[in-house]
Write a protein that binds this ligand. Structure first.
Ligand SMILES: [Zn+2]
Length: 136
């Protein structure tokens, strides 16, 4: 059994086959489904051909089941889901909401493991205690 992803709000499973499914919306109100790879650090993504993702643009991400917004309140550039790995360990996973920005954080007990070529970008933010993050 591979990594299992689920919504932090309704706890519905979000992975189907080897993809995590998000509902997403661009600032121009273009909406659609995004399929991301369940392998951490793999940035392959799929959408319907009519839902064209704009590189470098910030999207809002939603749970495809309950439609809760998954961008974090304290940093909307990070999208949050929960994951359990093969051994049943639970993690918070954060990804960037910017199309083409490739970074992933696997967080447990306040420690963040980073993946992807753009991982430096939010690492400072994630290393800080929660109460200081609002000053960044
Ligand atoms: Zn949900």
């Amino acid at each position: 059994m591979a990594n299992n992803y689920y919504c932090p709000i309704c706890r519905s499973n979000m992975n189907v086959g080897s993809s995590i499914v998000f509902s997403a919306k661009s600032p121009d109100n273009e909406k659609g489904l995004i399929f991301l790879d369940t392998e951490l650090g793999n940035y392959a993504k799929k959408t319907h051909p009519e839902f064209k993702l704009q590189e470098g643009v910030e999207y809002k991400f939603y749970c495809p089941v309950c439609h809760a917004k998954l961008n974090k309140e304290e940093n909307p550039n990070l999208v949050k889901v929960h994951m359990t790995d093969e051994s049943g360990k639970k993690y918070e996973i954060n990804i960037s909401n910017i199309i083409g920005e490739h970074c992933t954080y696997k967080i447990q007990d306040k420690k963040a493991e980073a993946f992807g070529p753009d991982a430096e970008r939010y690492s400072k933010y994630l290393d800080l205690p929660l109460e200081y993050r609002k000053y960044l």
